[in-house]
Design a protein around this ligand. Structure first.
Ligand SMILES: NC(=O)c1ccc[n+]([C@@H]2O[C@H](COP(=O)([O-])OP(=O)(O)OC[C@H]3O[C@@H](n4cnc5c(N)ncnc54)[C@H](OP(=O)(O)O)[C@@H]3O)[C@@H](O)[C@H]2O)c1
Length: 272
């Protein structure tokens, strides 16, 4: 639950900002406490009609009275936006960046030295409140600021805090890029069903519910996936016949390599 004194401004009113606003409003945050800046006046109007929040075409106007500012612009724009808002930021306003790959050092380089800053990496299931966000507070944040950041980010789903920023490349590779791997698997599973003669709509539904339900069973049972896999694999049955094909094709190694390729790419992008 977000503290009642929080006045929150968003620089950027795109997909992720709207996911957060939607989650905050759904969790009882009054729209009167939320301010959004975006250069696109049509988008601002849509946001106003959807949520009733205050809208601004200038970042400075949105952030100056705020005590929490969320940077929800594309990563390349972050330095420009920080330079723009720095002169009007309250000295103790918490800045939360959700920009992929933008390090705490970069954020701090473009802000006053003592500004409390948090770097966060959400993922797109945030759009339906089922995201997972990993956050790391800068040394300028005390525990109350970190708690505020956590409360704000919980508008998108679950939040995990880490204290080693180098893990963010692995986070990007697993949960940040991960939804795309899952979509590819869902598409292929559904195609497999169609290849067996199922109508497409039925195949899509079965694939999605199987993925969702299996993940939920892992989460709620607390059992390792290998144990749950063994429980559905009867001797000489259908499942083991399918698993043999997946193992022959190297599915597990391929998925591991895919995550590591994204990790290496994230490290390259961070170093450039
Ligand atoms: N989507 C994801 O899966 C995901 C996951 C993790 C992190 N993120 C991060 O979240 C951030 C936002 O992503 P998104 O998907 O929400 O992008 P988005 O939909 O493009 O939103 C960015 C918004 O910022 C606006 N904007 C452009 N210049 C601006 C400026 N100078 N001041 C204020 N606003 C400005 C854009 O307007 P125009 O459209 O008119 O340019 C757009 O509405 C990115 O940094 C991204 O790395 C996204």
């Amino acid at each position: 639950m977000m503290q009642s004194n929080v006045k929150l401004a968003f620089a950027g009113g795109g997909n992720m900002a709207q996911a957060m606003i939607s989650g905050l409003v759904a969790h009882g945050c009054s729209a009167a406490r939320l301010r959004v800046a975006d250069p696109d006046s049509q988008k601002l109007q849509e946001i106003f009609h959807r949520f009733g929040v205050s809208i601004f075409e200038e970042n400075r106007a949105a952030v100056s009275p705020a005590n929490v500012v969320v940077l929800a612009v594309k990563p390349g724009l972050v330095p420009t936006v920080l330079e723009e808002i720095s002169p009007v930021l309250a000295p103790d306003a918490l800045v939360i960046s959700i920009a992929a790959g933008v390090t705490l050092a970069t954020l701090q380089r473009h802000l006053p030295a003592k500004q409390p800053v948090v770097r966060a990496m959400p993922n797109t299931p945030a759009l339906v409140g089922e995201g997972i966000t990993v956050m790391i507070p800068a040394a300028t944040c005390d525990s109350a600021k970190a708690e505020t950041a956590r409360n704000v980010l919980e508008s998108m789903g679950e939040v995990v805090e880490i204290d080693n920023e180098s893990l963010m490349d692995g986070v990007t590779a697993l949960s940040g890029s991960g939804p795309a791997y899952v979509y590819l698997m869902l598409e292929a599973l559904s195609d497999g069903g169609v290849a067996c003669g199922l109508p497409r709509t039925l195949a899509d539904k079965l694939a999605v519910k199987t993925m969702l339900g299996s993940a939920k069973l892992v989460q709620e049972s607390g059992k390792h996936p290998a144990i749950l896999k063994n429980q559905v694999t009867s001797p000489a049955g259908t499942t083991i016949a399918a698993l043999l094909e997946l193992e022959k094709a190297g599915l597990r190694g391929t998925l591991m390599q895919a995550v590591m390729a994204a990790w290496q790419r994230s490290r390259q992008l961070g170093a450039s």
